[in-house]
Design a protein around this ligand. Structure first.
Ligand code: MGD
Ligand code: SF4
Length: 750
């Protein structure tokens, strides 16, 4: 028994009335109707501007509300470059987050019954806020404010980040860095002195050749990117997809390279070899803008397609053909930088290889390649300087991972466990908008950390698995019920988008900004929260940007002229890159200084033992991570995941389509739930594939509980990237159990 038992939320006497809300023609994602009302026309609806929170593309949208205060539909804002007026299925179904009857409805506090069992009881806001504020005061006195850590993701996390900084801590980490795009940031920054950002600055609409390396656009649904890809296909662009699985993108490709997993760097280096040794690279561009061609040429001398064939299983001629196709299209060619890129622990180096290839093709800063994005800088609402913490997340790393630019989640976990003996330890957590049990690899590490800290407060909209570890739970209002930070992501045209409430928060939920402010006030931090309503902050910011809340309520999105110059480099134009040499670094001076390979090398990774298969995982177009699995509309489209198994392997094991199996990994971890087999040629025989985000363990998620299996449970081996601390997750191998392991255990005991 642990200090903090995982509680499957069931409150004494929670039970708010079930909502009579039903999707009309649920597959169509047209209009959602409540049971008691018939269809309405647009004239009877009031539109409110928002931007979507179902994934992090943040498409701007209009939420249409009827006279009874029900949101009838959410549609894309036509003026928004993230969506061009069209939302993806998840965005349209986002309204299901509001009307999900499983939502968190009141603040909850962990309590212990007379018999010692723990449970959550309903609490008033005052009681819950006081409890968190008191704990923050106590931690500050006992250990210093730095010992209070924050795990955050998405916009809600931003408000808590502000609170934490005002309180004196910068001990925060979000999965979006170390579990997602961190290696890409380090790779592109060290090569070009710039980031690719989100939305990525890929000029897909004008490209002639799109190279996808483990990026399954189409299944990995990022709205405008997928729209542009579909236009590029219509315009006859060459699509090259490198994936051990025949993905949706592969099905639309001219070339599908079913690479042996974990060998991508060898393929990339062979492509670089062909471009250089066949003289196909952009000589003027490389001469003018890059540093280190001679080193690179020497480095890849023996990295021939024949060499790569032995590693990747891709035919040498196919490697040459595809390299030539890229060169033919250059500079209108995109080596897509990918997004969730933490695979094998050498991911920054793989990113570097992709960036170097991009440079040789002369496509950075070129039409149809990667453009120069520009964003709007939103001024901070005036507040006193944040206090200087004595230590920050950087100190957990103790000199390791020198290129980490954000807190590393696994380091935050280790800093929470006394036996790791970190000099700077975390004693308590705030968790905002991240479901750590399903997003963190190495579940035993997460559990030990959660059990070690003295206190956990979670702010979520749903009773996700993470809430079972909390001492205090704050029910946040969903994105359609609250004001939030102004969206200002960089794009071709600088732009901003407003999120305002379309309806009042349901139940006793409150917006994240309000919760953060209330805690701040209790800690005597009023000057950092010097407003009554967040709309005042937004209005002030908008006025600095030459508009107002009043105007933005009518338009939702505002575009601004560019100030930083054109989207693309002019021919032969002088350009100073923000790197050590001022050039695009084919040879990274920074990496050499830190003792890392200045030019990427292929290293061999462990292979599956006999009877085991490499676990690879990805996304489905109707779901985002674990956050959407219980959404009534999206679960209606896909309610569980399956495990893709090659027919040869299925034969060997006697597995049939639709049969339920449990998965067991190399460390004897077993999935909590069975998962259905999908027998398909679309996956290589040495690997299996699953969609991430299923296998929820909290019974309060009435649709998602026990549906499918969690890939995360199988990811106990993490290959850490020494450059920036990324958590490589694809070095895990699974085998099949065809009998219920729990039954087996019972039989043994009997
Ligand atoms: P989700 O699983 O979607 O994302 O990991 P997470 O950030 O944990 O969980 C989001 C949580 O936020 C949910 O609990 C949801 O209910 C809550 N939430 C949603 N909307 C709101 C809101 O408005 N307010 C509040 N307070 N809460 C809200 C994502 C992370 O996972 C990322 S970025 C990547 S790329 C990795 N992907 C990945 C993978 O592909 N496979 C495996 N095995 N692990 C992965 N981990 C990483
Ligand atoms: Fe929402 Fe889809 Fe846009 Fe993501 S891509 S923000 S889910 S509409």
């Amino acid at each position: 028994k642990t200090r903090r038992d995982f509680i499957k939320i069931s409150t004494a006497g929670a039970g708010a009335a079930a909502i009579s809300f039903k999707a009309l023609g649920s597959k169509g994602f047209g209009l959602f109707e409540s049971k008691t009302e018939g269809p309405v026309s647009d004239e009877d609806l009031t539109p409110y501007p928002t931007y979507c929170e179902v994934c992090f593309w943040k498409c701007a949208a209009w939420a249409y509300v009827d006279k009874n205060g029900t949101i009838r539909k959410v549609v894309g804002n036509k003026n928004d470059p993230h969506c061009n007026g069209r939302l993806c299925p998840r965005g349209t179904g986002g309204v299901g987050m509001v009307y999900d009857e499983d939502r968190l409805k009141t603040p909850l506090i962990r309590d212990t019954r007379k018999d010692g069992t723990q449970y959550f009881r309903e609490a008033t806001w005052d009681e819950a806020l006081n409890k968190v504020a008191d704990k923050m005061k106590e931690v500050k006195e006992k250990y210093g404010p730095e010992a209070f850590g924050l795990f955050n993701h998405g916009t809600p996390g931003g408000h808590f980040h502000h609170l934490l900084r005002a309180y004196g801590s910068e001990s925060n980490a979000e999965p979006a860095f170390a579990n997602c795009r961190g290696p890409r940031s380090s790779a592109y920054f060290s090569t070009f002195g710039a980031y690719v950002g989100s939305p990525e600055c890929t000029d897909i609409r004008d490209t002639k050749c799109l190279v996808l390396i483990g990026s399954h656009l189409g299944e990995n649904m990022h709205n405008s990117q997928v729209q542009e890809m579909s236009d590029a296909i219509d315009n006859g662009a060459t699509i090259i997809t490198v994936d051990p699985r025949f993905s949706t993108a592969a099905a639309h490709s001219n070339h599908w390279l079913p690479i042996k997993p974990s060998t991508d760097i060898a393929l990339l280096m062979a492509w670089i070899h062909v471009l250089i040794y066949e003289g196909l690279y952009d000589k003027d561009y490389v001469e003018q803008y890059t540093f280190g061609l001679d080193y690179l040429k020497d480095h890849v001398k023996n990295m021939t397609p024949e060499w790569a064939y032995g590693i990747t299983t891709i035919e040498p001629e196919e490697i040459r053909r595809t390299a030539r196709a890229m060169a033919d299209a250059a500079p209108a060619v995109i080596i897509h930088p990918g997004r969730h890129v933490v695979w094998y622990g050498d991911d920054t180096q793989r990113g570097r290889a992709m960036a170097i290839l991009t440079a040789l093709l002369g496509s950075w800063g070129k039409r149809g390649g990667l453009y120069f994005p520009e964003g709007v800088s939103v001024p901070a609402y005036p507040h006193p300087h944040f206090p200087e913490p004595k230590w920050t997340w950087k100190d957990w790393n103790a000199g390791r991972y020198p290129l980490a630019t954000m807190g590393i989640t696994t380091e935050a976990l280790k800093a929470s466990i006394p036996r790791y003996n970190y000099k700077h330890q975390l004693k308590a957590w705030l968790v905002a908008g991240t479901n750590l049990p399903l997003s963190m690899p190495d579940k035993p590490l997460f559990k030990e950390a959660a059990d070690s800290v003295e206190f956990i407060a979670v702010m979520d909209t749903m009773p996700m698995d993470i809430t079972g570890y909390a001492d205090v739970i704050f029910p946040e209002a969903t994105y359609l019920e609250r004001y939030d930070v102004i969206r200002s992501a960089a794009n071709r045209e600088p732009n901003i988008a407003l999120r305002m409430p379309a309806i009042e928060p349901k139940y006793d939920s409150k917006p994240g900004w309000w919760i953060a402010k209330q805690i701040g006030e209790r800690l005597g931090l009023h000057d950092y929260f010097n407003y009554d309503d967040y709309s005042e902050v937004i209005d002030w910011q908008l006025k600095q940007l030459g508009t107002s809340l009043e105007e933005m309520k009518k338009i939702g999105v505002k575009k601004y002229p560019r100030k930083t110059g054109p989207l693309y480099l002019g021919d032969g134009e002088d350009y100073d890159f923000n790197t050590t040499t001022g050039k695009i670094e084919l040879y990274s001076v920074d990496f050499a200084d830190h003792g890392f390979d200045p030019i990427p090398n292929y290293t061999k990774h462990p292979e599956p033992p006999q009877n085991f298969y490499r676990l690879i995982y990805g996304r489905a177009p109707m779901h985002t991570f674990s956050r959407t699995s219980n959404n009534p509309h999206l679960s209606d489209l896909m309610s569980e995941n399956s495990v893709w198994v090659n027919p040869k392997v299925a034969d060997l094991w006697g597995l049939k389509n639709g049969q339920e199996v449990w998965l067991k990994n190399q460390d004897d971890a077993i999935t909590s739930f069975p998962v259905k087999v999908r027998v398909t040629e679309r996956i290589r025989w040495d690997s299996v594939y699953m969609v991430h985000g299923f296998g929820h363990k909290n019974k309060k998620l009435s649709r998602a509980f026990g549906k499918g299996a969690a890939d995360t449970e199988m990811i106990t081996n993490v290959a850490v990237d020494p450059i920036m601390g990324g958590t490589g997750m694809r070095g895990n191998f699974i085998t099949f159990l065809t009998e219920d392991p729990a039954l087996e255990e019972k039989e043994v005991k009997a």
